[in-house]
Design a binder for this molecule. Sequence first.
Ligand code: NAD
Length: 425
Amino acid sequence: MHKNPIRVALLGAGERGRHVINYWLRFVHCEVVAVVDPSPAALDKAKQFFGDKAAKAEFTSDLTSWLARADADVVTINSWDNHHAQNAIDCLEAGLNIQVAKPMCQSIEEADRLVAAWRRSGRIGIVDMQIRTCPLIQEAKRLIDEGAVGKVRLVTCLDSVGMGACFYRASRYRRKDQVRSLTLAKGVHFLDICNLFMGDDPVRVFASGGLDHFGGDKPDDLKCRACDERGTCPENGDKALIGGMPFPFPDSLCVFARETNVYDNAIATIDYKGGGRCSYVECQFTPEYQTTYEVIGDRGAIFVRYAMDERLFLEYRPRDSARVERANFYPQGVAHGGGEKSMSLLIEDAIRNNRQVHPDILDGRNAVALCEAIDRSVETRIPVDIPPPPPAEPSAGRGSRERSARAPSAAVGPPSRGAPGMRRA
Ligand SMILES: NC(=O)c1ccc[n+]([C@@H]2O[C@H](COP(=O)([O-])OP(=O)(O)OC[C@H]3O[C@@H](n4cnc5c(N)ncnc54)[C@H](O)[C@@H]3O)[C@@H](O)[C@H]2O)c1
């Protein structure tokens, strides 16, 4: 390898941050130059986790002084959800390229501030919505862009979060003040892909949802192991199943705790600027852990099954024949359908060639905007309009790098070579 290693810094060294750096080290020629986290315990854990792989890195809990002298090709931001926006703005203002965890912020207002900071900075800004970069989703997008289904009119998305119970076992994810909603904390990946498949910006949402299974009147600190009802409780963490397979949570908090206030199911109808429509159904208490899409155009349809297992596939059905073409995708142990690898390579390409790639900050904004609109519609029971992204300043340096708000979303990664037929991964 003749190229210089990419110098990567980690901001927020918790579970996800450690894994993101691990993917970088596995797939990209890089070196870790800094690990920054306000928690000394998190820094110690990261030091142990990386060992020799981060031998030259600075470990610091002082974000402000690190930012003043930061020297890295890219910072991967993996703090808590409600800190991402400010961390991202601070890094951009310090002249750093960023990869920011999903959801990139908590509201449209924050998203628009981040979009403005990104445009001002001229830096590369990528949102770690890596599922849209996996080979399955890229292939579906390639077929759509090549006109296989004609003009996309409808997208349906059934987001079956069989692992949903785990969020209700952890206090942070079950509280609105921490994550706003699980639509924003988790569904954001799949709503981003709705936007990608539709190739358009969402403008209006009507949604209905509720907290119908989890939550209740149990103490917030009650653990399954200390509970008198664990012998009969269907949600006993030790006996949890996902897709019928044992998936125990040894130290589980009670899913029926009083503080739980994020909704556990919702149905949303989404209107897009160009007239397309999408239906999104999210459920946190289904047996399955998978997300399926049906993308329907005026010339055909594509069914897509994404899941955390190794059985990812899509089926293309043209309207003018009984033909069904199926492609299977085998992520071969790389998480998120292989998206962790493609995301790492995508950022490497962006940094080495100094070019912005998708999912960019505007993609992140439109995904967050959709989630906020769903949340507000669930709360108010009325349709909610999504304001357009702020227009780019004519003088902003980024202009040429950024897609216009009207243009369809570009596919991720290098342009397709345009080979006909479907690709298998
Ligand atoms: N893309 C994905 O598939 C995926 C998967 C899991 C988690 N995530 C995202 O990663 C983020 C982190 O999740 P996690 O599970 O690692 O949480 P975590 O609690 O394990 O780690 C978060 C870390 O951020 C640190 N932190 C808190 N405030 C900070 C600040 N202001 N600046 C810097 N660091 C700060 C905390 O001390 C902690 O060490 C979340 O936003 C989550 O949504 C993404």
